[in-house]
Write a protein that binds this ligand. Structure first.
Ligand code: ZN
Length: 454
């Protein structure tokens, strides 16, 4: 299938972000790194990407975790939001344009539920919760390929996650009960809180419009989360919600499901504490095709570390090269490497082939350098080619500080444009986003300055 964006040269992309009840684990980051590769590839191909990644800061899990700890919800989630942004940065994941939080979009969610009720897709149950009537949406089950007879018409499920076998009317709005403690909003549709699925429909459409080019997440989100997003969104708009769905497969650890009880549960911090390089982790998470299960092993991580190191050594070596010109032989190699790299990634992000093209190229180029064949000028061209590859891979060239400041400058410019357009909400969001990246903005008489949080 060929990808065609709705608007020429632009891509509207929504990615389901972390549920901030705990630290994101490397399985979560496998999906986020895949989404970053996708984003970088689209940018490489000249698209202007607008990416929204939500933060689920109110749902069943966040409420359960904060009440177990006995702290307010926002106090509980704050540390995991901070950790998420920190890990994201360590993994060289580019900044999305928006990181909306569920708790800051309650009004929009209430409006959305009202529209669903007006159109007859939702109803209020005895306890005051509002449910989506799946029998009203004829396409229900199309994404996860469910059969009509698998659906329990008329029955209801209030929890956020459930299996296909339990498919039934799901909660859009959950009436307050004592388990929610002090987490509730007094609204026109009652005292309560949103269901998880509703959050993503509302926040994606608010920032990207009624139809998105790409929506992605882990395969575990296909049902019920994405199925329910489609049902909610298409019922409200009458339009197709998503042009292209992309789902990343599971990550296994040493061949097993990752679980705290099995002692094989890793966060990025765990791996850094063991002395591994974040970029090696990025490489490992990225280097298996997203539609294949990734088996994480420490042996694999060591191999990833040495692969990254090989590329870095090659780059350093290029700066010292001063041989006789290799001419056409090298030129052809470079052309072939570039073409293979691009053809591979154009083909549903075939990363394995793309990486093979780069490693084959470095091996051949190294051989030529051994033979004294590459001139200083040619070495610079090879260097540029490697940096071009790295715009997509983000594993070798860039100095992290430098890329951080480039990102910061870009965001400041965006914020200035928003301020000029009197779009205070966006300006404020960007300030918040920068704060989460550890950057504090200061508006001075000579313009905006930024400094790092100490
Ligand atoms: Zn979502």
């Amino acid at each position: 299938m060929k990808f065609v964006s709705l608007e020429r040269g632009k891509v509207k992309m929504y990615t389901c972000g972390p549920t901030v009840y705990d630290f994101a684990h490397i399985g979560n980051f496998r999906t986020f790194v895949f989404q970053d590769l996708l984003r970088r590839w689209l940018e490489y191909r000249g698209y202007q990407v607008t990416q929204v990644m939500n933060l689920t800061d109110v749902d069943d899990r966040t409420i359960a975790a904060s009440s177990k700890r006995g702290v307010p919800l926002n106090v509980h989630t704050r540390q995991y939001i901070d950790a998420f942004f920190q890990h994201k940065r360590r993994l060289n994941i580019e900044q999305a344009e928006y990181y909306p939080r569920a708790t800051e979009h309650i009004n929009e969610m209430v409006d959305f539920v009202k529209r669903l009720m007006e159109k007859g897709y939702a109803y209020k149950a005895e306890d005051g919760s509002i449910y989506y009537d799946i029998s009203k949406f004829k396409d229900y089950g199309k994404l996860s390929r469910m059969k009509l007879k698998e659906l329990k018409m008329g029955a209801r499920v209030k929890v956020d996650t459930y299996t296909k076998e339990q498919a039934q009317d799901f909660a859009l709005w959950k009436a307050w009960d004592e388990n929610d403690g002090d987490v509730f909003w007094e609204t026109e549709i009652g005292k309560g809180r949103p269901g998880w699925h509703l959050e993503c429909s509302v926040m994606s459409m608010k920032y990207l419009g009624e139809t998105l080019d790409i929506h992605s997440g882990g395969v575990d989100l296909i049902f019920p989360h994405h199925e329910n997003e489609i049902a909610q969104s298409e019922a409200v708009t009458g339009k197709k919600f998503v042009g292209c769905w992309m789902h990343a497969e599971f990550l296994l650890v040493e061949g097993e499901r990752m679980a705290k009880s099995l002692g094989n549960y890793h966060t990025l911090q765990d791996l850094l504490d063991k002395g591994y390089d974040a970029i090696a982790v990025r490489y490992l998470l990225m280097s298996t095709h997203y539609r294949q299960q990734l088996n994480f092993t420490f042996e694999g991580l060591k191999a990833a570390q040495s692969a990254v190191e090989r590329l870095r050594i090659f780059l350093r070596r290029l700066s010292e090269v001063d041989g006789r010109p290799a001419g056409e032989e090298l030129e052809n190699l470079m052309k072939a490497a570039g073409k293979d790299f691009e053809t591979a990634l154009d083909d549903d992000l075939s990363i394995t082939k793309a990486l093979a093209a780069i490693f084959d190229f470095t091996r051949d180029a190294n051989k030529m350098i051994d033979q004294g064949k590459v001139s200083r000028k040619e070495a610079r061209a090879v260097h540029d080619l490697m940096i071009r590859f790295d715009r997509v891979l983000a594993i070798i060239g860039e100095n992290k500080e430098e890329s951080l400041s480039k990102e910061v400058e870009k965001l400041i410019q965006k914020r200035e444009a928003a301020r000029k357009a009197k779009d205070w909400q966006t300006a404020d969001d960007i300030r918040k986003q920068l704060y989460e990246m550890g950057i504090i903005l200061e508006d001075t008489t000579t313009g905006v300055r930024w400094r790092k949080k100490s």
